[in-house]
Design a protein around this ligand. Structure first.
Ligand code: URA
Length: 187
């Protein structure tokens, strides 16, 4: 089975398993993930917003546009990477995902990563960082690669949080620009 087929099977399994049925009922659709199943880098955000919920694709709104600009800055396109969220249904009114919701989706996120086997997992914001690298503080560890159980992670600020905050925006861009060097150093 190809990685794409395995991902499609996993997506169907989430729908069949009725993960977070209340979120599923209020959302338009599952936003599973998008991009290249053979990507070296996987980006993980928080949860779909309004545009993502309507289109069924992650990071297609303002935060996604900013992310695309940062990717272009390091010579990458969306087709080169894979992108998903910890929580895969839109929380009502864009509220923060609840601990139970993150916990419910975590095994599926882990399966997604097992299928793709990226060299580097970039967490965007504290929700995806907390799920995969528990106990860290984003203000202290952003931009510093961490190795955990054989996987290299890079925690970054969330592009939506940094978009309109001058200082955080530049910090995120500077951290983002470390990705090529971090990737080259992973063997
Ligand atoms: N913010 C996220 O965390 N994920 C998306 O898909 C869009 C915005």
């Amino acid at each position: 089975m190809s990685k794409q087929e395995e991902l499609e099977k996993l997506k169907a399994k989430i729908e069949k398993s009725r993960v977070c049925p209340e979120l599923a009922a209020s959302a338009t659709q599952l936003v599973f993930g998008d991009g290249n199943p053979d990507a070296e880098v996987v980006f993980i955000g928080e949860a779909p917003g309004k545009n993502e919920d309507l289109q069924g694709l992650p990071f297609v709104g303002a935060a996604g546009k900013f992310l695309n600009e940062m990717l272009a800055g390091i010579g990458l396109k969306r087709e080169d990477i894979y992108i998903t969220n910890i929580v895969k249904y839109r929380p009502p009114n864009n509220r923060d995902p609840l601990p139970d919701e993150k916990q419910a989706f975590l095994p599926y996120l882990r399966s997604q990563l097992e299928i793709i086997k990226p060299k580097l997992v970039v967490t965007l914001g504290r929700h995806s960082m907390d799920s995969l690298l528990p106990g860290l503080q984003i203000s202290k560890c952003h931009g510093q690669p961490k190795r955990l159980a054989g996987q290299v992670y890079l925690p970054l600020f969330h592009p939506a949080a940094a978009l309109y905050n001058g200082g955080m925006r530049q910090t995120l861009i500077d951290d983002f620009n470390k990705i090529p060097r971090i990737l080259a150093a992973i063997n």
